[in-house]
Design a protein around this ligand. Structure first.
Ligand code: PRX
Length: 677
């Protein structure tokens, strides 16, 4: 049985035993104020009305020039939306709100240290700062439309300011999650071809002021090794009066942003009207091979899709106080902290630090103080807050009308804690299933139209038409109790356009598996392969079971097992490495790593520590393995393939099944004794 089949079979078995959960109905108070209460939206967004239905989302935006073709499929499967249209994302997220809302908060920045004052950035102030930074990027850094810039920044207002300044010029931003290592950042700089890196000296995380600038030195070095020269590193300072980093500034390369900005006070830059299909940003994500792929998102289609879903699924009104606790360094932050909410003129909370710093009451104190009424987070955080302070929410008088969960499947019992304790039984919950590649939500209930089902992402959102295929491409009927590969039948405006610089990989990874005809220019021949296993209940709700490929979802973050394995192989003594997911009560999954050594080396704690360190250096602390096991040999098939399935069973204490067909079955017992005692 192949690795892929194994995942599906075992996930399908889980599904068979999965109990249907009781439905929860959205509160009347929520329905009374919701942006979308009309079920006919599903008819308007049916396949018969595709693709023109998406005009409804595009019309939420302000266009310099209207498009002539809603969907151009001539370069299938690279879809082009709203062709002929001209638009600027920065204008839509900032300028157009000034007439009515210039003094309204765009962001309220909450620093992690609780004694530090909040910073309120009005739309006017955001506009001023975006203009000044855009002038600097254009005139000092020499950037213009189509150039790429890497932003390696923590959760501070400077990050959305930089993104919007890039968007103003048509410069493509590539945000690298602040927790990623310098090496990981350098690889992404090289792949995107950025010659400008933007960073910050440091930031607060879990009570510590972390040095961040030093990572940029490694990043520049790694990029150089890969042939990409970075000629400017622009460094924001977290505090004006103290340095968060001891790393020296490199003369002629590194510049403090606050120094440079003195030369741009009052500067104004007209937003550049961009073709709708011009790339807005790249977001790197892990896949089945070692190299992360840059998902290229468009300007018009993406912005229309995140504006539409923010309005109808997130139910954001201009008078709401919205708080998404994700990091802007991931797609959730791009779509549902920055672009979607700002396109609607929302007021958002931007929190710098860890949800449990200094204690598990922190999020609820922030919610109470700022009167947050829409709350958005991941199951990992919910599990963590539930463990650390199950009674904390009750001590605070905030009122959430709406709550979101995203990034991983949520266990029904965790969902119920979220509903009853965090939401106090008064909030509508949406469980939103989607991906970096998809730009915005794929499945979720419409919060005022459908009932919620704990553990289920719900039906597809309007305009998305999923299908569950078996390995042969036969449709698995809803209610059959069988799981399969969930795919999307149709393109949608939020979908990424390609893998940056690698169209072949884009087609191969996402479309080749179920394509009906590779020559076809008809979108009906190109179902999108999500890489997730799912099953659909009789009522049409989808339960997402997890990845079918070599991707581990750790605390809602996607890690490619191949990335961890290749990092381990950089340790001199390591001959082979295999990474498997270990179930974890808080993080969902964590990586366990098995290594075998080259001849002549003896197992030691030092080697184990070196492997952990190699992973931290090459990816970041989020990828740190739970265990490093040094095994005498890997369990292998007769053709020499490492049987990760067997290692995963051992890690998780599951029955390992029949291993007699392996080349070395005796090794399995030995590893089992080592791991399980
Ligand atoms: O396996 C699915 C899981 O996260 C993957 C996408 O990860 P990423 O690109 O990092 O984007 C995360 C934020 C959208 C998916 O392939 N996933 C995401 N949301 C859910 C989920 N699994 C179950 N339920 C969800 N709501």
């Amino acid at each position: 049985m192949s690795e892929q089949e194994w995942v599906q079979v075992s996930e399908a078995q889980i599904a068979v035993h999965w109990q249907e959960e009781e439905l929860f109905h959205p509160p009347a108070e929520f329905i009374a104020q919701a942006n979308m209460t009309d079920p006919s939206i599903y008819g308007r967004f049916s396949l018969e009305n595709f693709p023109e239905c998406y005009k409804e989302y595009a019309d939420l935006l302000t266009w310099y020039q209207y498009w002539h073709t809603t969907l151009d499929t001539s370069d299938a499967p690279c879809w082009k939306w709203f062709v002929g249209g001209k638009i600027n994302a920065s204008y839509n997220c900032v300028d157009r709100h000034l007439a009515k809302h210039q003094n309204k908060a765009s962001f309220v920045f909450v620093p992690e240290p609780e004694d530090e004052p909040h910073l309120v950035l009005t739309y006017r102030e955001l506009w001023v700062r975006v203009n000044e930074v855009a002038a600097l990027l254009r005139d000092f850094a020499g950037l213009q439309a189509g150039d790429r810039v890497t932003l390696h920044l923590p959760m501070v207002p400077e990050l959305p300011i930089m993104m919007l300044a890039c968007a103003r010029l048509g410069v493509i931003h590539s945000v690298v999650f602040g927790g990623f290592s310098g090496r990981a950042c350098g690889e992404r700089i090289a792949d995107s071809g950025s010659r400008v890196l933007v960073t910050m000296d440091g930031y607060n995380r879990k009570g510590e002021l972390l040095d961040h600038k030093s990572k940029s030195d490694i990043a520049v070095e790694v990029a150089q090794e890969e042939g990409q020269t970075v000629d400017k590193v622009l460094v924001w300072r977290r505090y004006r009066d103290r340095h968060a980093s001891a790393a020296p500034m490199v003369e002629g390369r590194d510049y403090f942003m606050d120094d440079l900005l003195k030369g741009y006070v009052g500067a104004r830059v007209d937003p550049v009207p961009m073709p709708a299909e011009a790339p807005l940003f790249l977001m790197y994500t892990s896949g089945t091979t070692g190299k992360p792929k840059g998902c290229q998102h468009s300007t018009g289609g993406y912005l229309a899709y995140v504006a539409g879903t923010s309005k109808y699924v997130q139910d954001i009104h201009p008078e709401d106080v919205y708080w998404c606790m994700a990091d802007i360094g991931w797609i959730t932050g791009h779509s549902y902290i920055v672009y979607g909410p700002l396109a609607l003129g929302a007021s958002s909370v931007l929190y710098e630090g860890s949800p449990t710093c200094p204690d598990a009451g922190r999020p609820w104190r922030i919610a109470e103080r700022l009167n947050v009424n829409i709350f958005h987070t991941a199951p990992t955080t919910i599990r963590m807050l539930r463990k650390a302070g199950p009674d904390e929410p009750a001590k605070h008088s905030y009122h959430f009308k709406h709550m979101t969960t995203v990034g991983e499947p949520i266990e029904p019992e965790v969902w119920r804690w979220y509903y009853y304790v965090v939401g106090k039984g008064k909030a509508a919950i949406v469980d939103t299933w989607w991906q970096t590649e998809t730009g915005g939500f794929l499945c979720s209930t419409m919060p005022a139209i459908q009932a919620m089902k704990p553990g289920s992402a719900g039906p597809a959102v309007p305009g998305i038409h999923p299908v569950v295929y078996d390995e042969e491409g036969k449709e698995i009927e809803k209610g059959s109790g069988r799981a399969g590969n969930i795919c999307i039948r149709n393109p949608w405006p939020g979908a990424f356009q390609t893998v940056w610089g690698d169209r072949g990989r884009y087609v191969e990874t996402y479309y080749a598996k179920y394509c009906h005809d590779e020559e076809s220019k008809d979108w009906r021949d190109w179902p999108y392969f999500t890489g997730d296993a799912a099953m659909q209940s009789q009522d049409g709700y989808y339960r997402i079971l997890g990845r079918v490929d070599d991707v581990i979802n750790v605390a809602g973050h996607r890690l490619g097992t191949k990335e961890l394995e290749s990092a381990s192989l950089a340790v001199l003594e390591v001959a082979e490495a295999a990474v498997v997911p270990l179930a974890d009560p808080i993080k969902g999954r964590v990586p366990d790593i098995y290594i075998s050594l080259k001849p002549g080396y003896k197992p030691s704690q030092r080697i184990k520590a070196a492997v952990t360190q190699a992973i931290e250096v090459s990816i970041g602390k989020i990828a740190r393995p739970q265990h490093v096991y040094i095994v005498p040999d890997m369990p292998k098939t007769r053709s020499g393939k490492i049987m990760r399935r067997v290692l995963a069973d051992i890690s998780n204490g599951r029955d390992i099944g029949d291993v007699t067909t392996l080349a070395n079955p005796e090794i399995v017992r030995e590893i089992q004794r080592m791991v399980q005692g």
